[in-house]
Write a protein of this length. Structure first.
Length: 440
């Protein structure tokens, strides 16, 4: 099903910048269930990290029960799909009726920080959860604009990797995963036959579209914003990056046309069922296992680059990915919210939860767990350290994800329908996206 962008909700980030929220209370307001005086209840919006919302509830519920036993605070959990999360958050910043604690994509930190809706993590708040120095610098770098108190605390750290189906590679006579994009296309043409395809994509997932285009953009010398934070979506490098990504379907014919409609991790399902040989993803191991795929059936490698290898001459092959944990500033239960953040970022919970999701702990001491030396997590960890770059930390970053993500979605729709995807058509879509950005 095609998903339409909630334009009104997305406009609220600009409208809220510098403005005070007038609605009363956060997720525990109105009923007296939670307050600093009587912290009985917290509401928590968790992002969908695992193979399904149900799987996330199964992972998180025992931990929330543990927190309740330790503190007496009951946490009301809602796991929100990624396709809905940003619009839900923006609507909450407008109404003031959000949860007490929520997960946000780390790329949204600056945008949501500019809304004024989130609790700033100043020295006092960091002290309440054990100190700022517990977190790795790379993760802290995606918690808000430079020079300001972070808008959130790192929870899970991620980067992209190339997952590949070993049996499909062997059958096609491919001995190793591709290290460059030319190698990927060459291998992809051998793999795309008999109703099977080389590469999976989520063409209707705006956030995933941005993640892929951003890394390719860095390889083409594009940042999508200039030093003053103004959009440069139609620069040569940005156009080349978006066209390269969409051309995997339009020109190279290594992505199935049906992937243009994917937005709910369907590409991972296809990979696990042997319909697709490769997928670019963050921490996919738990999803593959849930789909019945055994760990020895797939391999993992760094995302390809134009030539050479990732990190050489600072070749970027991933955005700095991750999930941050934020607190709504107008929560009635600040003390309870900080206790919950402290619990979720404790060494024990960091090791347990990141192990469950296949992500990397942003807490330094938790990274020492042997689970994070596993082949797939080692690739994610090394990519974060050597060849990942943060998405622009600008107030309009969420609109960037939406407008450019939507442009790429439209181009994938053209490719799926057999309409030509040219430099001119890519430029036109990106120009349309740039015109939709707030004027500063």
């Amino acid at each position: 099903m095609r998903r339409l962008r909630a334009v009104a909700a997305l406009a609220t980030v600009t409208a809220l910048t510098g403005a005070a929220l007038t609605a009363c209370g956060g997720g525990t307001s109105g009923g007296g269930e939670g307050s600093n005086a009587s912290p009985k209840t917290l509401t928590y919006w968790a992002s969908n990290q695992g193979p399904s919302v149900t799987a996330d509830k199964k992972i998180l519920t025992p931990e929330l029960k543990k927190f309740e036993e330790e503190t007496g605070i009951k946490v009301k959990l809602e796991v929100v799909p990624w396709s809905d999360l940003l619009n839900r958050i923006l609507a909450a910043t407008t109404s003031g009726q959000g949860p007490d604690v929520l997960n946000i994509g780390n790329t949204w930190s600056s945008s949501l920080q500019a809304s004024g809706a989130l609790l700033p993590w100043d020295a006092e708040n960091f002290k309440a959860i054990g100190g700022r120095d517990r977190f790795v610098d790379a993760a802290l770098g995606s918690t808000g604009a430079a020079g300001k108190d972070p808008a959130a605390v790192p929870l899970y750290s991620l980067s992209y990797a190339l997952y590949y189906n070993k049996a499909m590679f062997k059958e096609a006579g491919i001995s190793k995963p591709p290290a460059t994009w030319d190698e990927l296309v060459t291998a992809g043409k051998k793999l795309s036959k008999g109703g099977k395809w080389a590469l999976g994509a989520e063409g209707s997932n705006l956030v995933n579209n941005i993640h892929q285009a951003f890394a390719l953009g860095k390889q083409h010398g594009a940042d999508f914003f200039d030093a003053q934070g103004k959009p440069t979506f139609t620069s040569h490098g940005a156009v080349a990056a978006v066209k390269q990504y969409v051309d995997f379907m339009a020109k190279d014919k290594i992505i199935a046309p049906g992937n243009a409609e994917y937005a709910q991790n369907q590409s991972l399902r296809d990979f696990a069922k042997g319909k697709t040989a490769m997928v670019l993803w963050q921490a996919a191991a738990t999803t593959f296992a849930a789909q019945g795929m055994k760990p020895d059936e797939w391999g993992v490698a760094p995302v390809p680059v134009a030539s050479g290898k990732p990190g050489a001459e600072r070749q970027v092959n991933s955005m700095v990915a991750g999930i941050n944990m934020a607190v709504f500033k107008n929560t009635d239960n600040l003390d309870g919210a900080r206790k919950f953040v402290k619990f979720m970022t404790s060494d024990a919970e960091q090791a347990l939860l990141n192990k469950a999701y296949g992500s990397i702990p942003p807490v330094k001491t938790a990274q020492q767990d042997a689970a994070f030396d596993r082949a797939d997590t080692a690739v994610l960890r090394d990519t974060l350290r050597k060849s990942a770059a943060p998405l622009p930390q600008v107030p309009n970053e969420s609109q960037f994800e939406t407008t450019v993500g939507t442009a790429i979605k439209a181009l994938f729709a053209d490719a799926a329908a057999g309409r030509p995807v040219t430099t001119a058509s890519v430029t036109a879509e990106l120009n349309k996206a740039q015109q939709q950005m707030p004027k500063s």
